[in-house]
Design a protein around this ligand. Structure first.
Ligand code: GRF
Length: 202
């Protein structure tokens, strides 16, 4: 299955996909970013994958940019889009274009702390259990789509966002490739009696 990845920053989740499922369960055929300087683009280039930056300044508005990203991915026959730290919101028309959907990784136990600065939100709240969520991206508010995988970790004495981030990274790097492989294998479906519930066949 051909996969497109969108990323805005470091690209460690992209790297996890490249290291664990690319060339096997899936093929990452395109990596796009809203930030031309994103390290994720360098990682993709190093792996011989086509990249393109879609800077906001190059488009009249977000609708035009999302359409251009969608066209670029569709031209490469992408069926599934992975948001691996993509920091812009994609419109409904974009989400409807991809047969296998769009999947996102978020650094909190949703529905707690959606949106930006999730780890900072959790620290401000004073939580003792942190975690990550891989979810399907659905139209509407951010980070509300059906949950594919979640994993929690106790960090009772957490203080610094960077420390929490470092503890969550390995969880993300395990769950995101697993979710993508499961989607590629057709092993993920909705519970017909409760479509928000995602069943992952093992
Ligand atoms: C991750 O924490 C992910 O959960 C969030 O953005 C971050 C991306 O990190 N959506 P990286 O660029 O993959 O290293």
């Amino acid at each position: 299955m051909k996969v497109g990845v969108l990323a805005s920053g470091e690209g460690s989740n992209l790297q996890a996909l490249l290291d664990h499922v690319h060339g096997r369960e899936i093929e990452v055929v395109a990596v796009g970013s809203d930030r031309p300087a994103a390290r994720a683009l360098e990682r993709a280039q190093a792996a011989g994958i086509q990249t393109r930056a879609f800077a906001a300044a190059d488009f009249p508005d977000r609708v035009a940019r999302d359409a251009a990203i969608g066209d670029w991915l569709e031209l490469r026959e992408v069926e599934l889009v992975v948001l691996a730290g993509y920091m812009a919101i994609l419109n409904e028309a974009f989400l409807a274009r991809f047969q296998r959907g769009v999947v996102n990784v978020h650094p909190s136990l949703l529905p707690a702390f959606p949106g930006v600065r999730a780890i900072e939100q959790a620290l401000d709240y004073g939580v003792k259990v942190f975690g990550v969520t891989v979810h399907l991206v659905e139209p509407g508010a951010v980070d509300v789509g059906a949950i594919v995988f979640q994993r929690a970790i106790e960090i009772p004495d957490a203080r610094e966002p960077d420390d929490v981030r470092a503890r969550l990274r390995p969880l993300e790097h395990d769950l995101l490739p697993r979710a993508v492989a499961a989607l590629a294998a057709g092993a993920i479906r909705r519970d017909p009696t409760h479509p928000r519930r995602v069943i992952v066949d093992r």
